[in-house]
Design a binder for this molecule. Structure first.
Ligand SMILES: [Zn+2]
Length: 348
């Protein structure tokens, strides 16, 4: 077998011309690196020996000259790359060629970091929220329901004044709709009646599955199809964990991480259980649209006219305009919702 050094004639006599630089001085001397009977030496044009022995380092500037450093600080550079290889053998990979080898890997690494940064920037909160939801125990979610309902009862709502007949009628609809609703993630769906004049004809769902309907809703819209449509919509907010998502989105990353660590501090506990945080949350446009789609399917499956929800929105727009909690929220616009619900109902 022929080794590369033999191929390149590492120990053969020869010379390369270039320039030598004195230590600490910028003047350059025309010089040659030569190998003769005395060995490898750096010699000036006039024959004066500057250094005896091999260079201590040797670097190839990419596409440029070969740079050599000698122990006593003499520097020598030459463009005769082939000559250097003949004289000294093939170059070991210096740090510059190392860098060239690394370049694709370095590029991939930087690209990966950028992708990671974009993911964290764009989906970091989503990921944290999803993680927190996955790690939230059922008992915590049901205590969110009772804590928030108690807080609302103190500041926002009064006991219902609906007749027993009305309550029974709504409970029967609720039962039929829940029978056809997606699985309740945190135990049974529960129905609560409240008089809440500030909220108008309204309904809202707490994360654990408690659906609250206001007296005004039942009085103003005493129509089983509409009530079924509204309940179906609210149950979808529960099954898809919309209010838990909105609630967690309103918390800081620090609070979410504490929550995931199972360490619900006193401040967080106050925010979640004592405040009326959930009542003041607005769902996103996507959540409302999703709840409309699922709600229409659920109420239809339960035997109700799913297009009634469209009638409800049309009446709301005429009587209350757009704006206000849940039903009167500005997103998506009532006109859009009415169109979507009508076409969804037609498909059922
Ligand atoms: Zn909604």
């Amino acid at each position: 077998m022929t080794s590369p050094s033999k191929l390149y004639g590492q120990n053969s006599f020869g010379e390369v011309w270039g320039y030598a630089y004195a230590p600490q001085v910028s003047t350059r001397l025309k010089a040659r690196l030569l190998r003769d009977a005395k060995g490898l030496r750096l010699v000036t044009e006039a024959g004066e020996e500057l250094h005896a022995g091999a260079p201590s380092s040797r670097e190839r500037i990419s596409g440029g000259p070969c740079l050599m450093q000698f122990d006593d600080k003499w520097t020598f550079d030459t463009d005769d790359i082939d000559g250097v290889e003949l004289l000294l053998g093939p170059a070991d990979d210096g740090w510059i060629s190392d860098l060239e080898h690394w370049h694709p890997r370095l590029f991939a690494f930087v690209a990966l970091c950028l992708v990671g940064a974009v993911i964290i920037w764009k989906w970091g909160l989503d990921l944290l929220v999803a993680g927190a939801i996955a790690l939230t125990p059922t008992v915590f979610v049901t205590s969110l329901d009772s804590g928030n309902l108690a807080a609302m009862d103190r500041i926002l709502t009064d006991p219902t004044e609906l007749s027993q007949a009305d309550q029974t009628m709504v409970r029967n609809i609720f039962q039929k709709v829940t029978d056809h609703a997606p699985h309740a993630p945190y135990g049974e769906y529960r129905l609560e009646f409240r008089k809440a004049d500030a909220m108008g004809p309204n309904a809202f769902a707490l994360p654990g599955g408690t659906v609250v309907v206001t007296d005004a809703l039942i009085k103003d819209f005493n129509d089983p199809d509409i009530i079924a449509g509204i309940i179906g919509h609210e149950l979808a907010h529960v099954s898809e964990r919309h209010s838990l998502q909105q609630l967690y989105r309103s918390l800081s990353a620090f609070m979410l991480i504490s929550l995931m660590a199972g360490d619900v501090g006193p401040v967080l506990e106050d925010v979640l259980l004592e405040g009326s945080a959930i009542a003041s949350l607005a769902y996103s446009r996507e959540h409302e649209a999703e709840a409309d789609v699922i709600g229409v399917k659920t109420s239809h499956a339960a035997g109700y006219d799913a297009s009634a929800l469209a009638t409800f929105f049309e009446t709301l727009s005429a009587d209350y305009g757009e704006g206000g909690p849940e039903w009167m929220s500005t997103h998506p616009s009532h006109a859009d919702r009415v169109e979507t619900i009508k076409s969804l109902s037609a498909e059922q």
